[in-house]
Write a protein that binds this ligand. Sequence first.
Ligand SMILES: [Cu+2]
Length: 127
Amino acid sequence: MRDLKLIVKCGAVALVASTLLVLSACSSVGVGVGYSPNRAAYYAPSANVVHMANFAYSPKKIVINQGDRVTWVNNDRVSYTVTSNSGLFNSGNIAPGQAYTTAFLQKGIYYYHCQFHPNMKGVVVVR
Ligand SMILES: [Cu+2]
């Protein structure tokens, strides 16, 4: 399980960054936080993981710090989405075994849901 998380972290970083920063981020999981004002993103691996299975997010509520990323991992055999209730972000289809990562650069409470299963709801609290 630990190995799987590390793979997901590196994969998530690779989705966001496309330079050598990917390699440095993957080799220093959980260590440094870099900030690029040009890209307006943190190039740090996400330690904040939400699992999707059995038509639910786990945990349903995650509390993170400003600038952190959250990675949603689909551990199920059906597809899910991570869709902001207010249109701020939308993962699109997350197929089984895939993941979605986004950064939260501003403090606030971000409610989201799954477009495929109306009862699937979650919230990200950025403090
Ligand atoms: Cu769903």
